[in-house]
Design a protein around this ligand. Structure first.
Ligand code: NDP
Length: 327
């Protein structure tokens, strides 16, 4: 049987991860990476990859089964997903949770009109975490869901500390509180505020001669970002930052404590510990690209989410094989 042919739109962290993720499969192949930049100037990690300008993507409609959309959620995907869903099957990792309903609407309109299948908001959160929140709640209606994130490098909070005067460079990690996790695992279903659940740890490289105490104070009192949290500020050298903080780790937990019958506590837990957030997210996208292709062949057109995709569709194995080896 022939391989599923994929394209990648956008060559950032996720796009680079998608190249590696496709390579790790046996049933899919990468046709081209599409970019808004001059394709000649793209510094490709893998020289065998073909780079094409995004404006020429429509010429590939007969050669690509699914486009893996790797643009940013803030401004790229709201434009790119409906646009590409009118020409290709797509998967994306749109993660602005509050705007998913309107995003779904606009993608669904394009995909339904053009008989394509567009699986939106795939990744780990939204994505695998969403799936687990729903499964846990359906099985244990009498209970409470908790999501914890981290230890993870937060892009938004890292940008915020880098804008503080006297800061040369720095990163911020969001860390789930051990204490809060312990309470949740005990089955107590506690009421937890955002700051009960997470703390924030910063690693800062200060400019020469900058006042570290002032920097620390400015970070710790920054409204919205840090003021409501327990925040730790560490000063390190530029070498240490490059050596110890250049990966993009993330992960977290979905936990539901529930009761069945009169007095039996049941605990549902799903966790991820990731060395590289973008490489993992891209791997989820690529697995779901398989589903987009199959569902389209079965004429399941329109926008879909992880809730609409049967797990067997993301696997390269046949239904027979799955029944025999994994049930
Ligand atoms: P990047 O900022 O690395 O890339 C976004 C886009 O910016 C790329 O598609 C690329 O488009 C452009 N770009 C990248 N690097 C450069 C550069 N050096 N110069 C100019 N343009 C560049 O974002 P990420 O790949 O890290 O993340 C993409 C999105 O994935 C995030 O916005 C986030 O919402 C989502 N995400 C979702 C997760 C989930 O669990 N659902 C988890 C993690 C991320 P082009 O090639 O066209 O220029």
């Amino acid at each position: 049987t022939s391989k599923i042919k994929l394209g990648i739109v956008g060559y950032g962290n996720l796009g680079k991860g998608a190249v590696k993720a496709i390579k790790a499969t046996e049933d899919m192949e990468l046709m081209a990476v599409f970019t808004r930049r001059d394709p000649e100037t793209l510094e490709l990690d893998d020289p065998s990859v073909k780079a094409v300008h995004i404006d020429n993507a429509s010429e590939y409609q007969n050669d690509i089964d699914v486009m893996v959309l790797c643009g940013g959620s803030a401004t790229d995907l709201p434009e790119q997903t409906p646009h590409f869903a009118s020409m290709f099957n797509t998967v994306d990792s749109y993660d602005t949770h509050a705007k998913i309903p309107e995003f779904y609407q606009s993608v669904n309109e394009a995909a339904a009109k053009h008989d394509t299948t567009a699986i939106i908001s795939v990744g780990w959160d939204p994505g695998l975490f969403s799936l687990n929140r729903v499964i846990a709640e359906a099985i244990l209606p009498n209970g409470e869901n908790y999501s914890f994130w981290g230890k993870g490098l937060s892009q938004g909070h890292s940008d915020a500390v880098r804008r503080v005067e006297g800061v040369k460079s720095g990163v911020q990690y969001t860390i789930p509180s051990e204490d809060a996790i312990k309470k949740v695992r005990s089955g107590a279903n506690p009421e937890l505020t955002k700051s009960d659940k997470h703390r924030r740890v910063c690693y800062i490289v200060a400019e020469d001669g900058a006042d570290k105490a002032t920097i620390e104070e400015t970070i710790k009192t920054m409204p919205n970002y840090f003021a409501d949290y327990e925040t730790e500020v560490n000063f390190i050298s530029e070498d240490e930052l490059a050596r110890d903080h250049s990966k993009a780790p993330h992960g977290g937990f979905v936990i539901r404590g529930g009761k069945t019958g009169e007095r039996n506590d049941q605990l549902y837990e799903f966790s991820l510990t990731l060395d590289s957030n973008p490489e993992f997210t891209a791997s989820v996208l690529v697995a779901y690209a398989r589903a987009a292709h199959l569902m389209n062949q079965e004429k399941q057109f329109g926008a879909k989410t992880v809730y609409d995709v049967a797990p067997g569709y993301i696997s390269p194995r046949s239904a027979e094989e799955l029944r025999r080896d994994y049930l």
